[in-house]
Design a protein around this ligand. Structure first.
Ligand code: GRF
Length: 219
């Protein structure tokens, strides 16, 4: 029998184009989550237009207006809490979050990172993969903890690197993989199929390997 839950209220934090937000919006009608609101740390980004077009409430907390991270996060927390979300999803939110922030939403924040973690934390992942001549690349969805790109990995979409790939083609292919993967994982969370004890992520009560569930993709 299919379990039915009250839809999980998801807050999406963006900072740019918002293509992952769009993928999450497109998947939502058949899923167990609803997008309660969108917050951008930058004004004038296309992601905000996507939210507007999808009739999703949205707010800007412009990081450039703050002198220190503490004040920025104080307002960010206030803006998030107005929506009373069950889950916070980072989708191109390009600010490093403090331990205070991550503790405030303990194991309730997910991120998507354009690399097969634990490899290539941080920026310029596509270029670094090419320089290292790695045979594979991809995207990882993980819990957010105080250490950058280091929380428990839930799932990865893995691609083969083609001989003709450039950083740009890799970025495009990884993006396609992200749009496939992220809504699925957010839906698992919404269906309460995921647990994380700070060390191990479990899916349907079965511990996952450190890479999470790995999907080989053909994009
Ligand atoms: C994605 O590549 C994601 O992996 C990274 O930021 C990018 C956001 O892209 N965290 P978009 O704004 O969702 O198009």
């Amino acid at each position: 029998m299919t379990k039915v839950f009250k839809p999980c209220q998801v807050m999406v934090l963006i900072g740019g184009n918002g293509s992952n937000l769009q993928a999450l919006m497109d998947y939502a009608p058949g899923a167990n989550y609803q997008i309660a609101g969108v917050i951008s740390h930058r004004p004038d980004v296309y992601g905000l237009i996507r939210a507007e077009q999808g009739q999703i409430p949205h707010t800007v907390v412009d990081h450039t207006r703050y002198e220190d991270r503490f004040e920025f996060e104080k307002d960010l927390i206030q803006a998030i809490d107005e929506y009373r979300p069950d889950l916070i999803v980072l989708a191109g939110f390009m600010r490093i979050l403090s331990g205070n922030f991550t503790l405030n939403y303990y194991h309730k924040i997910l991120n998507i990172h354009p690399a097969l973690l634990p490899k290539y934390k941080g920026l310029k992942t596509h270029q670094r993969v090419l320089e290292a001549k790695d045979p594979n690349h991809g995207a990882s969805v993980h819990y957010v903890t105080r250490e950058l790109d280091s929380g428990g990995i839930i799932a990865q979409a893995r691609l083969s690197v083609h001989p003709q790939d450039t950083a740009e083609t890799l970025q495009n292919r990884v993006h396609c993989a992200e749009h496939w993967l992220y809504p699925k994982v957010v839906n698992w969370y919404s269906q309460k199929r995921l647990t994380y004890d700070g060390l191990t992520v479990s899916f349907d009560d079965l511990p996952l390997p450190e890479t999470g569930k790995v999907f080989d993709m053909d994009f």
